[in-house]
Design a protein around this ligand. Structure first.
Ligand SMILES: [Zn+2]
Length: 346
């Protein structure tokens, strides 16, 4: 979908969005995934250099020691985990390990051999407006899987149709993608659930290595990602978003200092990701592991297997169910990560 089409699609939502605003003050959630973001890069920059990340730390609840999937530290398997709240492998896993553009006819359902629900499908089936703004072509997997052809008929209440992602917009330059998003955010409340994918740190890491010393191409890309988050924050001051919008930020994987690939799932540099939650009622500066001392355990430098005898870490895959929880919606059917929606952020 082009930017113009996205903006045009918006106009059709203006009437309903305005009516809904008058009827209720329901919540909105923006999930931002920063591709290839090492949390220590934020600390290495410091508050002057990356003010948006520091705003998330100062005003929100967060941890710099969340985890990716266990068996995969690649982009598409981890983003699939985020939107389905599943791990990759096993009977309950989403099963998607391919990290390139989906092949002709591929969907998550076909690959798994069963229909996979997502945060988009649950939100949309409950009448919410959903969007996905991405900066890599491979995200078409989600638009395909939950589009008008392969999305399942709406099983909940009023029929909201099979296309679970109302606006899918992709541009391979994150700056242009966020420009397009800003055009949409400027005009009216556009989405109840919006996911934004920013690729810059990953692209810099592959080209010039993950280097957290300053200056480096990687650190410049982290700063650019901060500026794009800042651009989104600027819109949240507007009345249609203010006081009712949550921002959740995490990453699909990190990357190793001095290398150009992040596929080694045993390396803590790859499986350690940040996790920030910001918005109304979120305690300022809170540590997510302290808020969840009874249900989650800081994993140190491990990425532990699921065990009935041990508390799990906070995982990026938990964001799908968290976003739905913040919207007042139930968990994703079939999900296993934060499936009790018990990740406490307030
Ligand atoms: Zn990558």
């Amino acid at each position: 979908m082009t930017a113009i089409f996205a903006a045009a699609a918006l106009t059709s939502s203006v009437v309903t969005a305005t009516a809904e605003n008058q009827a209720s003050s329901k919540q909105s959630v923006i999930l931002i995934s920063i591709d290839g973001l090492r949390p220590d890069a934020i600390l290495a920059h410091g508050p002057e250099s990356v003010p948006a990340f520091y705003r998330l730390r100062r005003e929100g609840a967060f941890t710099h020691n969340a985890r990716t999937a266990i068996t995969q530290t690649h982009t598409l398997p981890n983003h699939t985990g985020m939107v389905t709240s599943r791990l990759v492998d096993g009977a309950d896993g989403h099963g998607w390990t391919w990290n390139k553009d989906p092949k002709l006819g591929d969907t998550l359902h076909r690959n798994k051999g069963e229909y996979l629900h997502s945060m988009f499908s649950v939100a949309h089936d409950h009448g919410m407006r959903t969007g996905l703004f991405a900066s890599k072509t491979k995200f078409s997997l989600f638009d395909l899987s939950w589009g008008p052809r392969y999305g399942e008929p709406d099983p909940v209440g009023e029929d909201n149709g099979r296309d679970k992602i109302d606006v899918y917009h992709m541009k391979t330059r994150s700056e242009n993608m966020v420009d397009d998003l800003e055009t949409v955010l400027k005009k009216e409340q556009a989405f109840d659930l919006l996911m934004v994918h920013i690729r810059n740190p990953d692209t810099a890491g592959h080209g010039f290595q993950w280097k957290t010393s300053l200056p480096s191409i990687y650190m410049a890309a982290v700063k650019k990602a901060d500026e794009l988050i800042e651009d989104i924050f600027d819109h949240l001051e507007k009345p249609q978003w203010n006081g009712r919008t949550f921002v959740v930020v995490t990453a699909d994987h990190g990357g190793p200092i001095g290398l150009k690939e992040h596929g080694d799932n045993q390396n803590p540099e790859n499986f350690t990701v940040p996790f920030y939650v910001w918005g109304p009622g979120i305690p300022a500066g809170a540590d997510l592991y302290e808020l969840n001392a009874e249900s989650r355990l800081d994993p140190g430098n491990t990425n532990p297997l699921p065990s009935p005898d041990a508390l799990p870490p906070i995982r990026n895959a938990g964001v799908g169910n968290l976003c739905l929880d913040l919207l007042g919606l139930p968990a994703i059917p079939g999900s296993t990560v934060n499936s009790g929606q018990d990740l406490n952020v307030r």
